[in-house]
Design a protein around this ligand. Sequence first.
Ligand SMILES: [Zn+2]
Length: 104
Amino acid sequence: MRRIKRDDNVRVMTGRDRGKQGQVRQVITEKDRVVVTGVNTVKRHMKARSINQPAGIIELDAPLHISNVRLVCPHCGKAVRVGFRFQANGAKARYCKGCDQDID
Ligand SMILES: [Zn+2]
């Protein structure tokens, strides 16, 4: 089970985009990386591939290492550390180490 899931809101803790916040669009499990909308954007020069894809510069959101982002807790709104615990029904769920609320 991962600390970060798709559609989570995360904050970037290191690097060029430190402090930026965005929604996780993709989790690349095997590489421990996440793609966050609008974060770590790089420009790529593309050759024309078809009429629908003309040549030009496009912006891509490059993956970030999962350790460089922190979940923004939906309860307290802070970039927090996430723990795991079992709920009453036996399901494992994430919880916020800041405000101690279950996240899912
Ligand atoms: Zn919290």
